[in-house]
Write a protein that binds this ligand. Structure first.
Ligand SMILES: [Zn+2]
Length: 324
């Protein structure tokens, strides 16, 4: 694996196996589900000990958005081999569940047949494919999705009708109690999106999520000056329903949920040159570290060490009491 080329599915899956062999005490292979054509949605779990809170990364659900598996692979590599202290701490403090390619059939299609394919590969008469990011069971077939099979935003015959979304959502549900941060990787547009896509109403913990997100995007821009805009889906991009982040937020009540729209802002779009993989990976990793930092300041993502923190507070109060 290098950071100057886009890789095919088999290469990415073989690389995950290699990592697990190289870091057997920390890394393990995980299966998030199965595709329509029967392929495994393979991922990697990075854990320095049980009982940690989870950061979940879902990437590559739109087949043509090649920068997303590439950046996600970069993040995996950093978590396992970086010498940076903050990165090492992030790797140690959480259990990371990471899936670089959640639409494996579509991803293969973009490499072998049609570079700009977006959907999965399930046939419907003469047409093929469901937009897997319109198929989640939250406001399904609402604004911004289509019931026409030829459409690029075809929402499918029903919510969770697709093997990929059904199996992956079951897998995510099984971990829901421990997930503190959920990231969904897309391109392009340089946006950080938060739920929801059907309304611009500031629902749930919108203000906290905005504050954390904006600061994370500030950190992202430091290295190369790449500007990102933060907002909920509906206010920042367009109305969209049946997306993974809306379902994860509403059905599973995950505290912090974001969707990245990675580089760029239209010059190359989905055909982003491979020489942008490394800088995209670096700046995205910067932003995730800042996201964790800012979340903790607002009292998110502390649950794993909550007992530790309160014991420290008690000790501090006790020392003060004795001294004065
Ligand atoms: Zn996308």
């Amino acid at each position: 694996m290098t950071w100057d080329a886009y890789y095919e599915l088999d290469d990415i899956y073989a690389w995950i196996d290699d990592l697990v062999a190289t870091y057997p005490t920390v890394a393990s292979t995980i299966e998030g589900g199965t595709s329509h054509e029967g392929r495994t949605i393979k991922g990697i779990k990075i854990s320095h000990g049980s009982g940690k809170k989870i950061i979940f990364i879902e990437s590559g659900i739109h087949a043509r958005e090649w920068i997303t598996p590439a950046v996600t692979n970069y993040i995996i590599n950093e978590l396992l081999s970086s010498t940076d202290e903050e990165t090492q701490a992030a790797a140690r403090d959480f259990d990371w569940y990471i899936f670089p390619v959640t639409n494996p059939d579509g991803y293969i299609w973009t490499h072998t047949e049609f570079r700009l394919w977006r959907k999965n590969r399930r046939p419907f008469g003469d047409e093929v494919g469901v937009d897997l990011n319109r198929n989640w069971n939250n406001n399904w077939l609402g604004v911004g999705s289509s019931n026409v099979t030829s459409s690029n935003t075809y929402a499918g015959p029903g919510p969770f009708s697709e093997a990929e979304t059904r199996t992956l959502s079951e897998y995510i549900s099984s971990l829901a109690d421990d997930i503190e941060l959920y990231l969904s990787m897309h391109s392009s547009g340089q946006l950080l999106l938060l739920p929801f896509g059907n309304t611009t109403e500031p629902l749930a913990n919108y203000y906290d999520a905005m504050k954390i997100g904006r600061r994370a995007m500030g950190a992202l821009s430091v290295r190369y000056g790449t500007p990102y805009t933060t907002g909920n889906i509906a206010e920042a991009i367009y109305l969209a329903t049946g997306t993974s982040i809306d379902w994860v937020k509403e059905a599973l009540k995950i505290p912090l949920v974001y969707c990245y729209e990675l580089r760029d802002r239209g010059t190359y779009g989905h055909l982003l040159p491979a020489d942008q993989i490394l800088p995209s990976g670096e700046e995205t990793m910067d932003s995730i570290l800042e996201m964790i930092h800012q979340a903790r300041r607002l009292d998110y993502m502390n649950s794993g060490s909550g007992l530790h923190a309160s014991l420290l507070t008690i000790a501090f109060v006790f020392v003060n009491y004795v001294m004065f």
